[in-house]
Write a protein that binds this ligand. Structure first.
Ligand code: BGC
Length: 414
């Protein structure tokens, strides 16, 4: 039996090897949670069906900080992968190093300019040439609810304002549950923080304070209120939060141990991978006060310059697959995000997905569409890191006053 299956595997390998211009793609990503792994497996399948070999280069760690460190050392030592999960302004920084490939040929053949929103296409280009391929649109300003926990606490609907939120948090606490499931990395703290700023101040204030880092906005009463609200949320988390991964926080909702989680819609991928249904086992709603806004986070892959012709062909096929309709649908159904490609049908998506697609379009018209800072969409990585640190220090140390935190964030923004 063993021998036979080995033989079959060898035969399959030969068959693959015999295909024209089959190559290897080595893909660096940080999609290692249950829902994420299921999603990226779809890309692997598509590439294998084209006859290429998929070399997985997964670096665990939500938000990708560890992955970025590993990527840097690989590129510095002249050993870049074919593609790496990098997004936002960091794409420009990588392109500026001269290590990315010009993907214009595939972009032209696949008509990327016509099927991508211009704002997204611009982020994927360096000096007018495509150097990256976008995967999806994640919405960051979501709040998730555990149906079981909410029922136990007597909460009928998701809170719409921060005031309602704190009333519900008290109810969850009284029912012996953890009101807010939270984890322990600075990007998780900032994911909550930016939703608070958006909810307290609205999209215009968010743009001033978080995107433009305007000193007046950063020292305003609205910022003060944001920090106060943020600290109050902390008091509803459990002592085991530090160091916890985001997906383990989602598991606390799945198990009915915690009520709410403020997290982007990759959390939905986690609920789905656990066999849970939206509207029944878990609830999705815009984070309190942010119903008219949409914090976007576009995952994408940068593509490195490669020498080997077969590897280049495989890389071009990877880029085409990422933007293809088949992948855009199946990946995003699993990942919790929505397709970035325009004109995709949403009929297979659940109500959270449909809501996201609608709010994406509506908020773009109303001025409520804003980039996520926590997920690297708007400001240079170095400044982003500095303001994230301030927010996490404040979150973790109750001795730091609001006034202090406001001074520190203004300094970090410079
Ligand atoms: C990425 C998502 C990922 C999440 C958790 C975000 O920054 O955009 O794709 O699922 O981090 O790792």
């Amino acid at each position: 039996m063993v021998k036979l299956s080995k033989l079959a595997a060898a035969a399959a390998l030969c068959a693959i090897g015999g295909l024209a211009a089959a190559g290897e793609v080595e893909v660096l990503h940080y999609w290692t949670s249950g829902g994420e792994a299921k999603s990226v497996a779809e890309l692997k399948k598509i590439m294998q069906a084209k006859g290429h070999t998929w070399k997985d280069f997964a670096v665990a760690g939500g938000g990708g900080d560890s992955a970025m460190t590993v990527l840097k050392s690989r590129v510095v030592s002249g050993n870049a992968p074919s593609a790496a999960q990098v997004k936002g302004p960091a794409i420009q920084e990588w392109a500026g190093e001269g290590v990315l490939a010009n993907m214009d040929a595939v972009a032209k053949a696949e008509k990327w300019d016509a099927v991508l929103p211009k704002v997204v296409a611009d982020v994927m280009k360096y000096k007018g040439n495509y150097v990256a391929a976008p995967v999806n649109v994640h919405r960051v300003n979501w709040m998730w609810g555990s149906a079981e926990a909410m029922k136990k606490a007597g909460i009928a609907t998701m809170p719409k304002t921060w005031d309602e939120f704190f009333v519900d948090a008290e109810k969850l606490k009284a029912a012996g549950l953890i009101p807010v499931a939270h984890g322990g990395q600075n990007w998780q703290d900032f994911t909550t923080f930016e939703s608070v700023v958006l909810g307290v101040g609205g999209p215009k204030f968010y743009q001033e304070a978080m995107v433009k880092l305007d000193p007046k906005a950063l020292s305003s009463d609205t910022m003060k209120k944001s920090f106060e609200t943020f600290r109050k949320i902390k008091s509803y988390t459990d002592p085991a939060a530090p160091g916890r991964d985001w997906n383990l926080a989602t598991t606390m909702l799945i198990q009915g141990k915690a009520g709410f989680q403020l997290m982007g819609d990759w959390a939905k991928g986690e609920f789905l991978a656990a066999g849970k249904a939206p509207g029944k086992d878990f609830m999705c709603a815009a984070a309190p006060g942010t119903g008219n806004a949409f914090t976007f986070n576009v995952d994408s892959f940068i593509l490195f310059k490669l020498k080997d012709a077969n590897a280049q062909k495989a890389q071009a096929d990877l880029a085409a697959a990422i933007m293809g309709t088949e992948f855009q649908e199946v990946f995003n159904l699993n990942k919790g995000s929505i397709p970035v490609r325009l004109g995709m049908k949403m009929d297979k998506f659940d109500d959270c997905g449909k809501q996201s697609a609608k709010d994406f379009v509506d908020s773009a018209k109303s001025g409520g569409l804003v980039p996520s800072i926590a997920h690297g969409m708007a400001i240079a990585p170095a400044v982003e890191g500095a303001i994230k640190d301030v927010v996490s220090q404040f979150w973790n140390d109750d001795k730091i006053t609001v006034a202090d935190a406001m001074k520190r964030i203004a300094t970090a923004a410079k």
